[in-house]
Design a protein around this ligand. Structure first.
Ligand SMILES: Cc1cc2nc3c(=O)[nH]c(=O)nc-3n(C[C@H](O)[C@H](O)[C@H](O)COP(=O)(O)OP(=O)(O)OC[C@H]3O[C@@H](n4cnc5c(N)ncnc54)[C@H](O)[C@@H]3O)c2cc1C
Length: 499
């Protein structure tokens, strides 16, 4: 009788092991903080906010992963770029985030950095973004006056913007730790899908917003934030309209966030390293990159492209199906830091009695290409940051009194053209380019902002976590197969002896 009981015991034990194995794997995949059972190597292309935050999320979500960041530039940060000139920090790329940008603010908190904004609870309060002076090529226009003149239109904008804000908050809450593999899926959380398919001009005209407000206030605002006007899609216009609702940045410059993220991850960061080819192997990827005039290669289980795909110029090989992505048009952006004795007022206004304020936004109506100018006083000079859509060196001579250009930078891939996407998702780039190969720059289809890259970076880390854990579960199962066989044979042997 004893061996029979032992047999039953063995069998029960066996079923118990298998059940526990499955339950544990399931729990580990669903939990918010887990450790991976395997050790994947993840190569991240690009060290902007997308690449560095992805490495950081990987460290938290897949602690056994080894991340390597390859960056073509000689500095980290990508489009987050601050420079110090004569002891002052000047912003060349990203300025700020908006209130609903949860992850960027969370990262800043986790890095222990000071922010200029505060957390707030409760209903979002609309804050008018029209507080600047626009320049249409001949006249300066106070957008506050335009907004006051169109009270009814402002009410329409307020309702729409608050609705957008609340739906963005819903998107975060509903998505939680779910992953998305297509942009349509991302947009389904909070029902955001209609806005990237509609053109702003048509949408706001149909909605009753006065054309004067659109031309003289909304269009310059869109140009200031997204480098384009009313032809952009509605999602991008709402990101601009909501920018003042909780606007914030890192005290001392946003580049501090990138530095802190790079420091906090255990990723190896290789600068001056340009990825040229990603080749699919039977069990991973061969990543070919150019560094110090030498071609090098490394193996990766996963590859994350943390840059606009079009900017990378990567040659993809052995893909089935081959990668064929909708390519987006991009606005170039030129940034100058100019020290001068002041503005040449005649350049900006026919009324020499009128002062030129410190912050001027150019409207698309004028052909000069000026996007905006900000100013600050340093010693007895005024320092201007001038952002334009074309080379502006000659204009700067006319614009300022005794100017000297202290710094200039050209963004080839500054802002994507956010034209309406076709409904059904045909014109969105893919999130998953091939199994194990993720595209962070995809968020630029709807949202040309830091937060978009962080949303996609976090999603890529979650996808890698899921993938590596399912591999781990499979491996663990294979590992217990010999044990199962031994248990079966032992049980049979005991059983035979028993009878
Ligand atoms: C002037 C300007 C102002 C902006 N202002 C704001 C703002 O106020 N708020 C906001 O939220 N957003 C703003 N943005 C947009 C924001 O900068 C971007 O959406 C965000 O920084 C993109 O981050 P990313 O990491 O996805 O890409 P990027 O920052 O572009 O990083 C990509 C990196 O990949 C590298 N790379 C590319 N190809 C390769 C390759 N083949 N091999 C290796 N490395 C490669 C690049 O050198 C780069 O460092 C602004 C953009 C510009 C240009």
């Amino acid at each position: 009788m004893l061996p029979t009981r032992m047999f039953l015991l063995w069998i029960s034990l066996l079923f118990f092991c298998i059940t526990m194995q499955n339950v544990l794997c399931k729990l580990t995949v669903d939990a918010t903080s887990t450790s991976s059972l395997s050790n994947p190597t993840v190569v991240i292309v690009g060290s902007g906010i997308g690449g560095t935050s992805c490495a950081y999320y990987l460290k938290k979500m897949v602690p056994n992963a080894s991340a390597i960041i390859l960056e073509t530039d000689s500095r980290i940060g990508g489009r987050v770029y601050d420079v110090k000139i004569d002891g002052e920090v000047f912003v060349i790329g990203v300025y700020s985030w908006a209130g609903y940008h949860q992850y960027v603010r969370e990262l800043v908190n986790e890095m222990g950095l000071d922010r200029t904004d505060r957390d707030f609870d409760g209903e979002p309060n609309f804050v008018s973004p029209f507080t600047f002076t626009a320049w249409n090529g001949t006249h300066l226009i106070d957008t506050r006056e335009i907004a006051t003149a169109h009270e009814e239109s402002m009410d329409i904008l307020e309702n729409g913007t608050v609705d957008f804000y609340v739906r963005m908050e819903d998107n975060y809450a509903l998505r939680g730790y779910e992953t998305f593999s297509e942009m349509e899926e991302f947009l389904s959380y909070g029902a955001l899908g209609q806005w990237p398919t509609l053109e702003s001009r048509q949408y706001y005209t149909d909605g009753g917003v006065h054309l004067e407000l659109q031309d003289l206030a909304m269009e310059p605002l869109q140009k200031l934030i997204n480098s384009q006007g009313m032809e952009g899609h509605v999602f991008s216009m709402y990101t601009s309209l909501s920018m003042e609702m909780g606007r914030g940045r890192v005290v001392g410059g946003n580049l501090k966030l990138i530095d802190a993220l790079a420091e906090a991850t255990s990723a190896d960061v290789f600068l001056n390293s340009t990825v040229t080819t990603v080749e699919r192997l039977s069990d991973g990827f061969n990543v070919v990159y150019q560094r110090e005039n030498e071609q090098r290669e490394m193996y990766a289980d996963y590859v994350v492209i943390a840059a606009p795909l079009e900017a990378t110029d990567i040659n993809f090989q052995n893909f089935d199906p081959p990668v064929s992505q909708p390519s987006r048009n991009w606005y170039a952006s030129y940034v100058y830091v100019v020290a001068a004795e002041g503005y040449n007022k005649e350049y900006f206004t026919n009324d020499p009695g009128r002062d030129v304020p410190g912050f001027v936004v150019g409207t698309p109506g004028e052909s000069s290409g000026l996007v905006f100018i900000t100013s600050k006083n340093v010693a007895d000079l005024i320092y201007y940051t001038v952002t334009t859509t074309r080379n502006f060196t000659v204009d700067i001579e006319d614009m300022f009194i005794n100017p000297s250009i202290r710094f200039e930078h050209h963004w080839k891939f500054g802002h994507p053209v956010l034209e309406p996407q076709s409904a059904g998702g045909a014109s969105y780039q893919d999130v998953v380019l091939s199994p194990g190969l993720y595209n962070i720059g995809v968020m630029n289809d709807v949202m040309s902002q830091m937060e978009g890259s962080v949303i996609a970076a976090r999603n890529a880390a979650l996808l890698i976590k899921q993938e590596s854990l399912s591999v781990s579960c499979a491996i663990s199962f294979i590992q217990i197969v010999p044990a199962i066989i031994i248990i079966i044979f032992t049980s049979m042997w005991i059983f035979i002896i028993d009878i």
